[in-house]
Design a binder for this molecule. Structure first.
Ligand code: DGI
Ligand code: FE
Ligand code: FE
Length: 199
């Protein structure tokens, strides 16, 4: 995608803001999100733009993330102050609006919820959340092969599996669990349990 850029304005800016690996990741998320949008009948262009911009604040050093949130009056929760990388989601949504000129609230919401998810996500939010996890550069997560396949069969079930694996990973690591990640997991666990009972 580097030579004929599909969204040259965004891509040129992003190339300056991100390191090479993160830039490749965002390109991967953009086309994976486009493919999922085709599968589920979402707006393909929205998926591409949200995919491109979802990590636009990722490479800002953590102390600067905090300083920028203070500067722009973006409220930080305790878990975010303890794990400042989490701030790249809300700071990313803010920069998408104010630096990249995105006015589409569906896109900024998808950026905002891309790390922890949230209960009752929109289709675009789910697509970005899942595309972020399965894009081709990802290598380390468990069950990737199965989740990649599942993502194109049942988006909610893929979402739930990702949340479950993320919580397992976090319990074994030093990171604090954001209550929102847990809330999202419980919401979809419950939703899918009811779905099973319905059928
Ligand atoms: O920014 P990316 O690496 O592309 O992806 P992301 O924004 O989904 O962040 C992934 C990381 O976020 C992964 O290492 C798991 C972590 N994460 C997800 N939920 C939580 C979390 N980390 C903490 N500390 N707490 C959470 O609730
Ligand atoms: Fe991210
Ligand atoms: Fe990402």
């Amino acid at each position: 995608m580097a030579k004929d850029e599909v969204f040259p304005n965004y891509q040129k800016k992003l190339k300056k803001e991100l390191d090479a690996d993160r830039y490749e990741h965002t390109i991967g998320v953009a086309y994976t999100a486009a493919a999922l949008a085709m599968r589920y009948g979402a707006n393909i262009q929205q998926a591409q733009v949200a995919g491109l911009l979802h990590d636009c604040a990722k490479c800002i050093p953590n102390q600067k993330k905090i300083a920028l949130c203070q500067k722009y009056n973006i409220k930080m929760r305790e878990v975010e102050l303890e794990n400042p990388f989490l701030l790249h989601a809300k700071l990313g949504a803010f920069l998408a609006m104010h630096k990249y000129g995105i006015t589409d609230k569906e896109i900024t919401s998808a950026i905002l919820s891309h790390t922890t998810g949230r209960p009752n996500m929109s289709l675009l939010e789910k697509i970005i959340f899942v595309a972020d996890y399965i894009e081709p550069q990802r290598k380390k997560q468990p069950n990737l092969k199965e989740i990649r396949k599942l993502a194109f069969i049942d988006l909610d079930r893929a979402l739930l599996q990702i949340l479950e694996d993320t919580l397992t990973f976090l319990s074994a690591s030093a990171g604090n669990i954001d209550p929102m990640t847990e809330k999202t997991y419980l919401y979809y666990k419950n939703l899918l349990k009811d779905k099973k009972q319905d059928s």
